[in-house]
Design a binder for this molecule. Sequence first.
Ligand code: VGL
Ligand code: ZN
Length: 329
Amino acid sequence: MARSFAETFQKYAENDKVPVSSLKELIRSLFSDPSEESVNKVCECVTLSKNGHLSSDDFKLIWENFIQVLIKPVSAFVIVDVQNDFISGSLALSSCPAKEDGAEVVPVINKLLDDVVFDYVFYTYDWHPHNHISFHSNLKTYKDTLLRPTPDQWESVCMFDRVQFDGRPPLEQTMWPDHCIQGSEGSKLHKDLKVIEGGLEVYKGFNPCIDSYSAFWDNGEVTSTGLLDELKSRNVTDVYVCGLATDICVNFTATHACKHNFRVVLVEDACRGVDLSAISETKQKLNDLGAIIRTSDTIAPLVKGEEFPMELGLVAAENFRRKFANMST
Ligand code: VGL
Ligand code: ZN
């Protein structure tokens, strides 16, 4: 496909205007295996439901705010919680129901860091104070804020049980073993994980009173970690998510990335999780939110803007519509 505005405009314009039917043809040619329904959807979004012909200015807007996103995406690789405690420590995934080995993500992530030029790389840390509310060992301290079970029943709560704490908002909380205590050996990244120069760090779960599975927001969606601002200020369009655990922190992080309208790719072989059915539910839900699930050997052409999956095209098109919706009236 032509990679400049002038060339593309010339190719599709008739008398200095691009017929919407030709734009549709362009859209159809961009994507691999597009359904007519998605082509129409993309077309409606970027033409703001205009019919007939697009002026050079109309087409330039589409070029700069839609086609450019596809061919020059700005990527962030978000490596979630590849910390010792989830691999060999107190919350090792190998002792969780799915019996997965968290260490297996390390060579996969390292190879991606070697082979693929992401614009930005983020390393997230689960980063709890010793008095964190998610630790079963601290339940006595927080028992008076229990809603379910009642405070007098706190001693019957077992490790991995789900309880509910009062708060704004009231929140469900799984009781975990002590893990990822700030500065401890268990909180360190796996020793073989490649830490690249210029990599950015994100800390979460540092407030003793609220857990934070997502690298964007705490579980009450009240306090931000700063990741969203870091991505926005760098004009990131595409977020690649991997790490531990697929069905918990990777799940919440990727979900928030979708909800903040990033184009999201879950790198599935660079993730390991807690529970097999929760892992497959996570993938289904992310797919429903417009994310794509890919293996690490298929990432490079996406990052380079050489392959355009329709699902990500639809997200870019919706973002276009949101940005310029007021211009159609
Ligand atoms: C996580 C449980 C508790 C995770 C963090 O990183 O997936 N899981 N805290
Ligand atoms: Zn945690």
